[in-house]
Ligand binder design. Structure first.
Ligand code: PMT
Length: 406
C-alpha cells in the first residue's frame, strides 16, 4: 500500500534509539507520506531537529508555547489532520505519561488530542521493559486501542543483552499499514503465492539458480495477509523471514515447487507466481563433489512449466504470472500471457537498474487476458504488491459482470 496522501505524526522521545527514527522518517517519506516530527525535549539531546526538518521538509515541533507557531492550538489542529501517530522510539517515560493522560509537552498533549490510531514503538533497557510499572502501562494503552509493538531481543545500549531493542523499520512500517488499512477486502480469499528462486543441484555443493531475492513474492504474501486473505507461501531459498500468519512451504528445486503448488492448488482462489523458477536443471546431478581443474560439460534438461500446468488444470482460481523480460517487454509479455493461458501477467524489465531482481522497487506492466494493459510507475515492492492485488479484484469483478446474462 502506498502511503501517498497520508498525514503522519512521528513523535520521537529521548532514547539512544532516537537516531533510528531518522531511518524510519526516511522510509515513511519514501513511501509517499507527509510527516510532521515532534521531538521531546530529551530526544533533542540525542538527535538535533535539523536532521528531522531536512528529511521531512517541515518544521519540527517541540514547544507547546512556540511564539512562532501560526496556530496557537497547533497540537489540536495537527492531531485532527493526522491519519496516524507513531511514537518511535517510545521511552518508558512517554508510555507512562500516555497511559496516565499526562500532557506536559507538545507530544504528550498531542497524544491526548489525537483521534487517529496511535502506534508506540518502545525501546529501552531490558530490565526497564520487564518492570511491573511498564508492563501495566503497556497493558493500559493496549486496552485503550493503542498499538504497542514488542521490542526485539538482542544487544542493548547498556552493554547488556535482553528485550528492549528498537524493531526493524520494515516491521514498524508493516504495523503502520495494518493500522491505516482497516479494509479487509481480501477476507475469504485463499492466495497461493510463489516467491524466490529455485536451486537445481549440480553436485552436493553447487547449483544452478538466479538472482531472485523473494522480495516481490513476500511483499505480495504480506499485503494479502494484511488485507484479510489466507495465504500459502511456497518459497525457494531466500534470506527473508516468512510473514507471520502465512502457511509457509519452503522448497529448493523447481520440481519441489511444482509438487507444492499442485498440492495446494485446489483450495486457492487466487494464484500468484512471482517465483523465478529455474528453466533448466542438470540432467544428471552428481552425488559426489565434482573435482575441479578440468573442462566440464553439463547436460541440462528443461524443468516443467509450473504456471502453464496450473492454468491448464483450469482451477477455480484467478491465475497471475510474472514475466522477467529484458527487451520488447510488452510484446514478449503478451505472447507469454497467451502461451501460458493465464488471467493476468505482471511484466518487469529486469535489465533496468533499481527494479526487478533484488531491488527494493519495481516498475511493472499489467497485461490481462481481456486485452487490457496497465503500467504501474516505479514504486517500493510492497506498494506494487498492493496495486497488483487491487487490480486482480477489479478484473475479477469485471469478468463476473461480463459473464452475467443481460
Ligand atoms: O524476487 P525479487 O528479487 O523481488 O525479484 C522479483 C522478480 C524479478 C523475480 C519477479 O518480479 C519476477 O519477474 N518473477 C518471475 C521471474 C521469472 O521467472 O520470469 P519468467 O518470465 O522466466 O517466467 C514467467 C512465469 O512463469 C513466472 O510467473 C514464473 O514463476 C513461471 N514459471 C517459469 C518457469 C517454470 N519452469 N515454471 C514456471 O512456473
Amino acid at each position: 500500500m502506498s502511503l501517498d496522501g497520508r498525514e503522519l505524526i512521528l513523535g520521537v522521545t529521548g532514547s539512544i534509539a532516537a537516531y533510528k527514527a531518522v531511518y524510519l522518517l526516511r522510509e515513511l517519506t519514501r513511501l509517499g507520506a507527509s510527516v510532521t516530527v515532534c521531538l521531546s525535549e530529551h530526544a533533542r539531546e540525542f538527535v538535533g531537529p535539523l536532521t528531522f526538518r531536512t528529511l521531512s521538509g517541515r518544521a519540527v515541533l517541540s514547544n507547546l508555547f512556540d511564539p512562532q507557531s501560526a496556530d496557537a492550538v497547533e497540537h489540536v489542529a495537527l492531531a485532527e489532520r493526522a491519519h496516524a501517530v507513531i511514537v518511535a522510539p517510545a521511552t518508558a517515560n512517554v508510555l507512562a505519561k500516555a497511559a496516565h493522560g499526562i500532557a506536559d509537552d507538545f507530544l504528550t498533549t498531542l497524544l491526548l488530542a489525537a483521534r487517529a490510531p496511535v502506534l508506540m514503538v518502545p525501546a529501552m533497557d531490558g530490565g526497564m521493559w520487564e518492570h511491573a510499572a511498564v508492563t501495566a502501562n503497556v497493558a493500559t494503552l493496549r486496552r485503550r486501542g493503542v498499538t504497542v509493538l514488542e521490542p526485539e531481543t538482542g544487544a542493548l545500549a547498556s552493554g547488556l543483552s535482553g528485550k528492549g531493542r528498537f524493531p526493524d523499520i520494515d516491521e514498524i512500517v508493516e504495523a503502520l499499514r495494518r493500522l491505516l488499512v482497516p479494509a479487509r477486502d481480501l477476507a475469504g480469499e485463499r492466495l497461493l503465492v510463489t516467491a524466490g528462486p529455485t536451486r537445481e543441484p549440480i553436485d552436493p555443493v553447487r547449483y544452478i539458480s538466479n538472482r531472485s531475492s523473494g522480495k516481490m513474492g513476500y511483499g505480495l504474501a504480506t499485503a494479502a495477509l494484511r488485507r484479510g486473505a489466507e495465504v500459502t507461501l511456497v518459497s525457494g531459498p531466500t534470506a527473508l523471514t516468512p510473514p507471520a500468519g502465512a502457511v509457509f512451504v519452503p522448497v529448493q528445486t523447481a520440481e519441489e515447487m511444482r509438487e507444492a503448488v499442485l498440492h495446494h492448488l485446489d483450495r486457492a482462489t487466487i494464484v500468484v507466481k512471482a517465483a523465478a523458477v529455474a528453466d533448466y536443471r542438470a540432467r544428471h546431478a552428481s552425488s559426489t563433489k565434482i573435482k575441479g581443474k578440468r573442462d566440464l560439460t553439463l547436460e541440462l534438461t528443461p524443468n516443467a512449466d509450473i504456471l502453464a500446468e496450473v492454468a491448464a488444470r483450469r482451477p477455480n482460481a484467478f491465475v497471475v504470472g510474472f514475466a522477467a523480460e529484458t527487451d520488447d517487454v510488452a510484446a514478449n509479455a503478451r505472447a507469454k500471457l497467451e502461451r501460458k493461458g493465464i488471467d493476468l501477467l505482471v511484466a518487469n524489465d529486469v535489465s533496468q537498474q533499481g527494479i526487478g531482481f533484488e531491488a527494493e522497487d519495481n516498475e511493472v506492466l499489467l497485461l490481462d487476458r481481456w486485452g487490457g494493459v496497465r503500467p504501474l510507475p516505479r514504486m517500493p515492492k510492497p506498494n506494487v504488491a498492493d496495486a497488483i492485488l487491487s487490480h486482480v479484484l477489479s478484473l475479477r469483478t469485471a469478468a463476473a459482470t461480463r459473464k452475467t446474462p443481460a
